[in-house]
Design a binder for this molecule. Structure first.
Ligand code: AN7
Length: 359
């Protein structure tokens, strides 16, 4: 039987396109290589005529796209002799930094907004042994503190202002192109700091400029209405949204993201919390894919723009699902409470409950 070489992570796969040396010690958990799932039911009902895919980044080792950037950021930190990494986070970056630091055998410090991160992410950071510092302030305040403290302490920042993060994350665009054998017409992402949309554009541009593909997508970024600085054209001081991952008012990649918008001919828009939760539920119910609320902003926005004709019929559209739904069980249970029934532990009751629902 012919065996394929074992997949050992995106740095090994894309070594030639990433800033690593032959003797670089790679810190990997097997990230990348995530499924691109073609939606079967949703387009027919809600966005007739578009060819719609989701890139399920929730299947990375710590359950979010952050692992793509973190493998490279921590690999380079080790190469440079760093003994500690630090980040501010709405949750996923802290989980990823904690895991890759553990893998590398170094210390992670994470600053998170008290009470505003999903429980699964908090559990990850704690279990991996990061020093978890809750602050009485939001992500944007934490980010400022991280930048300041990194000038006074020997710690490497692994937020997406670390350029290696975007280099790692650009590989998601490579994978999509390789699988579709072209770039999609539209690529939709949830936007917080706008690192990921900028990283994808780097990847698409690189494959285009190197002649691997002859088209590039229009890049579309969706933010939560209460945290939508790109739509408003100005920073937001008190961001609020149920999608805590993107509860960010002062995006770190502000200029980069506007360049992406201009170069790709794309746009930014907002989704209400209700639209976000409805899209999360729709995807879970109709396609069997469980993403976290922030991730569903990409689908919510794409469906709306397809219905409105802003994304034209016949388009090939990819939505990035940035994080796994299991990160944030609380929000789901609070939304779907009516689906939980308690019945007596008796055959009759079980049979009746089944027959009721089969009519
Ligand atoms: C699920 O973890 O910023 O636009 O500190 O966790 O690249 O910031 C998370 C961001 C989208 C936005 N979806 O990505 C953090 C953090 C999920 C996220 C985003 C995040 P960027």
């Amino acid at each position: 039987m012919p065996f394929r070489p074992r997949y050992t992570g995106l740095i090994e796969k894309y070594r030639d396109r990433l800033p690593v040396r032959d003797d670089t010690r790679v810190i990997s958990l097997g990230e990348g290589n995530t499924p691109l799932i073609r939606l079967n039911h949703i387009p027919g009902d809600l966005a007739r005529g578009i060819d719609l895919y989701v890139k399920y980044e929730g299947l990375n080792p710590t359950g979010s796209f952050k692992d793509r950037g973190m493998t490279l950021a921590v690999t380079k930190a080790i190469e440079e002799g760093s003994r500690a990494v630090i980040c501010a986070s709405t949750g996923n970056t802290s989980a990823s930094a904690a895991a890759y630091a553990a893998r590398a055998g170094i210390r992670a410090f994470v600053l998170i907004p008290e009470g505003k991160i999903a429980l699964g992410k908090l559990a990850q950071a704690m279990l991996h042994g990061a020093v978890v510092l809750q602050i009485r302030g939001n992500f944007d305040v934490g980010m400022r503190l991280v930048k300041e403290v990194a000038e006074q302490a020997p710690v490497t920042i692994v937020n997406s202002i670390n350029p290696f993060r975007l280099q790692g994350q650009k590989t998601a665009a490579f994978e999509i192109v390789e699988e579709l054998e072209c770039a999609p017409d539209y690529h939709c992402l949830p936007v917080g700091n706008a690192g990921n949309i900028s990283a994808h554009w780097l990847g698409y541009r690189e494959y285009f400029e190197h002649g691997i593909v002859n088209n590039r997508p229009v890049m579309v970024g969706y933010q939560a209405s209460g945290a939508a600085p790109f739509l408003r054209g100005a920073m937001v001081d008190h961001p609020e949204t149920v999608a805590t991952a993107i509860r960010i008012g002062h995006p770190q990649s502000w200029d980069k993201a506007w360049t992406v918008q201009k170069e790709s001919g794309g746009w930014f828009d907002e989704c209400s919390d209700e639209e976000i939760l409805a899209a999360q539920r729709l995807l879970a119910e109709r396609e069997g894919v469980f993403c976290e609320p922030a991730s569903a902003a990409s689908l919510a926005g794409a469906l709306r723009d397809a219905r409105a004709g802003r994304i034209p019929e016949g388009s090939k559209v990819v939505c990035t699902l940035t994080g796994h739904g299991l990160k944030d069980p609380d929000i789901v249970i609070s939304q779907c409470g009516e689906r939980l029934r308690t019945i007596p532990a008796e055959l009759d009751a079980v049979r009746r409950a089944i027959l009721d629902r089969l009519e």
